[in-house]
Structure formats: C-alpha cells, structure tokens
Ligand binder design. Structure first.
Ligand code: MLT
Length: 204
C-alpha cells in the first residue's frame, strides 16, 4: 500500500498509524501526528480503494452504507500490511496507535472489531459503527478517544453513542469529546486528543 514511514526519536512511544478520510492521502494527517506526538514514529497509509478518483480504505454501496465483504477484506489487508511494515521498519507491532479521520477512523474501528491485538489504542475522529452483529474481542488495555460533532450530518449522535457502547462492552476505556460542529475536524478535538495521548502513552 502507498505509505510514508518516519522513524521517531522516541522508540518507547507507540508508532502512530495515520488513516485519512475519503479523498485524502498519506500526507493529510501528518500535521496531526506532529501535534499529538512529535517524537513518535509514524506510518501513514493511503487507502487502496478508488471511488471516482477518491482514495478510501474500503468500498461503500452509498454514503454511510458500507460494502461489508470489502470492509472485511480490506481490514485484513491493512492489518497484514502493518505486520509487514513492522518487520521492514523494525517498530514494535504490539505498540501501534491509530489516528483516523472519517473513513480512516472507520477502518481503524473495524480493525478493533475484528482483531484483539490489531491496535494498542486509537484516536477516532468522526467514526461510524463499522459492523453490527459481530462479537468484538476483549479490548481491555486498548483505550480509545472518540471525537464527534453534535451536528454531523453523516453520523447521527446515536451512531457515535452506539460505537461507544460497543467498545465499552468490549472493555475498552473510552474518552469522548463532542464539538458543536459537523463532520469537520476541529482544533479543540485534536487538542483533547493530545491530552488523552499524553495521559495514556507519554507519561511514566
Ligand atoms: C465512510 O464511508 O467511511 C463514511 O461515510 C465516512 C466517509 O465518507 O468517509
């Protein structure tokens, strides 16, 4: 998969896995990594699916309706790609924290819904429920930050609450931050995510 890897100064910090939104690319979230953990290694990946010229991490049937078969296939593909990168770039595969926005947050959530050790934690900005009716693995010690907009036209508040409920039932420690905004990523939620990251991964 097309990607950028940047080795960080601090090997003990998690490697940040950056996953862009629909129509983005592997450069989009680099500034976020710089704000959240400037010393951490970064693996930023571009989605393999082309939707009318827009890169995505999995196909959808229409806005907000996922192609489940493709989502499962792409989730495995991305997880396997991270395994390969960990070998090639020699970072700790067990210590990867995803930062995803929108479609990128959805595939990060899907990784956690499917595999226990896929991620060590995640920052999900404007994510949806990736799948319903599946047994989510135990996510004790996999904390998740969720940033959402109260007026997001793509993601009703009830959907974010369902995602929070799913992850909480799987024993993930959830921190939620709600803006008054819509689907756009706001600085205030990024700042809240910075605090969350410090609390869970940079101290002690
Ligand atoms: C998705 O398809 O993943 C969501 O609708 C969000 C997006 O449009 O990227």
């Amino acid at each position: 998969m097309k990607h950028i890897f940047k080795k960080g100064k601090d090997d003990k910090l998690p490697t940040l896995l950056l996953l862009h939104g629909t129509g983005g690319d592997e450069r989009d979230l680099l500034p976020l990594a710089g704000m959240i953990a400037p010393e951490a290694s970064v693996l930023s990946v571009k989605g393999n699916v082309d939707e009318n010229g827009m890169a995505r991490f999995f196909a959808r049937l229409r806005e907000g309706v996922f192609d489940e078969e493709d989502l499962i296939f792409r989730t495995k593909e991305l997880t396997g790609f991270i395994d390969e990168c960990a070998r090639e770039y020699e970072f700790d595969r067990q210590n990867v924290v995803a930062i995803g926005y929108s479609n990128g947050a959805n595939i990060a959530a899907s990784m956690m819904y499917h595999e226990k050790h896929a991620l060590k934690g995640a920052i999900l900005f404007h994510a949806m429920v990736p799948r319903r009716g599946v047994k989510i693995p135990d996510l004790t010690d996999v904390p998740v930050f969720i940033g959402a907009g109260k007026s997001d036209p793509l993601i009703p508040m009830a959907e974010t609450q369902e995602l929070i409920k799913d992850l909480t039932s799987a024993n993930s420690n959830i921190s939620e931050y709600w803006t008054e905004g819509a689907h756009e990523l706001r600085r205030e939620e990024v700042e809240a995510a910075c605090e969350w990251f410090k609390k869970h991964f940079s101290q002690g």
